[in-house]
Design a protein around this ligand. Structure first.
Ligand SMILES: [Zn+2]
Length: 297
């Protein structure tokens, strides 16, 4: 009876997956020191609202992991050591870093692409210093008068050039985005083209449900469709959307307020086999997490 319950089966599969994920490379120690206390609890957390005290934020929320920025996300600042590094490293709460917003490694504009490459490398290093399991980077875009293929080539160059320097300090998790007609990671057919170029470098994938929905990708069966393209989902950004399907608008909403059926969000959470980060508005964040705990585990 226990094994026949599909919910339990899916969750145990996801735990095995995450153990395998951490079993090799520089994150091997995480597999032993940050393994979930119980094997049936999904790893769910949220983006930190208080950068100065990420672990305190996570503990108050009851999160298994937190996502944070390592610089002002609107800036080109170079990351400084986090004043609470020791506390973050010692905590059982896992950490993932979201890169700053203006990064666009696909851009054909040298004055944007070059600092973007540097920022990705710097922020990956800062993420490693915090014991983070990855750095989330948006897929980016090229201008509407440019060739999409050139943006994909630039993504490949990002990995090629860094490989020559020994690789990134943490895995780069490419996130799908909601808007634009020349985006690298809005439509899944584009993600397939992108993955043909970057998959061999061990690129990871972050699935954002708001972005997929607003970007015009059906959420029914979305996990299987992504995995068929990338072979992996490393992180889920589980957000509802203020706007309608295929609106192209990137505006996150709490589950109770958004246009996405919360049961569909719970299904993505159950099936993705990856840690989940909520990036929903602060007012309803605790309710969103409680909903997942009730409906997923
Ligand atoms: Zn996101």
């Amino acid at each position: 009876m226990y094994l026949a319950n599909p919910r339990v089966r899916n969750i145990s599969l996801s735990i095995r997956w995450s153990d395998r994920h951490y079993a090799t490379g520089p994150y091997a120690s995480l597999a032993t020191c940050q393994r979930p206390a119980t094997l049936i609890r999904m790893r769910i957390g949220a983006h930190v609202r208080l950068d100065s005290d990420p672990i305190g934020f996570g503990e108050k929320l009851g999160a298994d992991l937190v996502q944070l920025f390592v610089v002002d996300p609107q800036s080109w600042d170079k990351p400084a050591p986090h004043p609470r590094t020791d506390e973050i490293l010692a905590s059982p709460i896992d950490v993932v870093v979201h890169s700053s917003y203006q990064i666009n490694v696909a851009s054909l504009n040298n004055r944007l692409r070059m600092p973007s490459r540097n920022a990705v490398a710097q922020q990956a290093k800062a993420a490693a210093d915090l014991g983070a399991f990855g750095l989330v980077v948006h897929g980016g875009h090229v201008r509407s008068d440019a060739e999409i293929e050139d943006g994909i080539v630039n993504w490949r160059k990002l990995f090629e050039r860094q490989r020559d320097k020994g690789g990134f300090a943490v895995p780069i998790l490419i996130e799908n985005t909601a808007g634009g007609n020349h985006a690298m990671a809005r439509r899944f057919d584009m993600i397939a083209r992108l993955w043909d170029a970057v998959g061999e470098f061990g690129a990871g994938f972050c699935l954002d449900t708001c972005h997929a929905w607003a970007g015009g990708e059906d959420l029914v069966g979305v996990v299987e469709r992504v995995q068929a393209i990338t072979g992996r989902i490393d992180l889920v950004h589980l957000n509802s959307s203020r706007d309608e399907f295929d609106s192209g608008a990137d505006r996150h909403a709490n589950f109770a307020d958004g246009t996405i059926d919360p049961q569909l969000l719970a299904e993505v959470c159950r099936t993705a086999g990856a840690p989940v980060i909520l990036e929903t508005p602060a007012d309803g964040l605790a309710e969103d997490l409680a909903y997942l705990r009730e409906h997923v585990g």
